[in-house]
Ligand binder design. Structure first.
Ligand SMILES: [Zn+2]
Ligand SMILES: [Zn+2]
Length: 283
């Protein structure tokens, strides 16, 4: 956390325009960090034969709703995140208030909702029913269960082979990646899961979203003076993924670096490319 705070300070100095969002990010991460060490997570049991079969057939191991969660801790975290949200900005404050009113006296319901993990359809339905911004609501839920999800993935990660999956979606949960990372001197490329945070390897020249391998239609551009971050574009599906070159920086938190380079997303969008997994931190 100290390293993270230092990096946030650095980034705020370098890009003062990001101060508000970075302060918000730090507060959320601090709350998540507080509960991290006391989480009680059931182990994820995967039969060996089953694991091989899934990998061979290209199926992910879990569905989003199957991750074991520490519900009590997630509920407590949800409440602290609502508090942070209330102080963040008037829009967020209004949304949080609405969701609190909706769930007031019905704490059991919020618990029940968290028990379902990230059940996008139900979250959407409830958001509609209560007139809450779907994005804000789903952000609060996801960030509340995130420490549990990451703890679960950590427990099974040494049973998994990061090097051989080579697909555009996560071998653990099947979600699309939020970022791509270049590592080691040879520049091996990895993808970072947008849901469970697992990292797996993929070929250097491929669009993770449509599988396009045609070199001429896979391009990239950098931000001005920022060769650590680049946008990899695909002419076939007109989508892009942001890549962080880990050979240039000591990467402490990839989600933070993603957030601090929103200007590149704006640039990509101006050039007509779409981001497959929208950044959940911007509402
Ligand atoms: Zn995943
Ligand atoms: Zn593509």
């Amino acid at each position: 956390m100290e390293k993270l705070k230092k990096r946030i300070q650095q980034l705020k100095k370098k890009r003062p325009g990001y101060k508000v969002i970075l302060d918000f990010y730090q507060k959320v991460r601090e709350e998540q960090e507080k509960i991290k060490h006391s989480l009680k997570i059931e182990p994820i049991l995967i039969k060996k034969e089953w694991k091989h079969l899934l990998a061979k057939e290209g199926f992910p191991m879990l569905e989003k709703k199957d991750f074991p969660l520490d519900i009590e801790k997630s509920l407590a975290l949800f409440q602290s995140l609502c508090q942070i949200g209330k102080e963040a900005n008037p829009y967020m404050a209004g949304q949080v208030k609405k969701s609190e009113e909706a769930f007031d006296k019905k704490k059991g319901d919020m618990k029940k909702l968290l028990e379902e993990g990230l059940n996008e359809k139900r979250i959407e339905k409830l958001a509609d029913q209560f007139g809450i911004d779907k994005k804000v609501f789903s952000f609060l839920i996801l960030e509340s269960i995130k420490p549990s999800i990451e703890a679960g993935v950590e427990k099974i990660s040494n049973e998994l082979d990061t090097e051989t999956w080579l697909k555009g979606f996560c071998p653990v949960c099947g979600s699309f990646p939020s970022l791509s990372l270049l590592k080691e001197e040879v520049g091996k490329r990895y993808l970072l899961c947008s849901f469970c945070g697992y990292e797996w390897r993929i070929e250097r020249l491929i669009c993770p979203f449509c599988g396009n391998k045609d070199q001429d239609s896979l391009q990239y551009f950098y931000g001005e003076g920022e060769e650590t971050y680049r946008i990899d574009t695909c002419e076939k599906c007109h989508q892009y993924i942001k890549t962080i070159d880990q050979r240039n920086i000591e990467l402490i938190d990839s989600v933070l670096e993603d957030l601090a380079t929103l200007h590149l997303d704006i640039l990509a969008s101006k050039k007509g490319y779409k981001r497959k997994v929208p950044n959940p931190w911007i509402t």
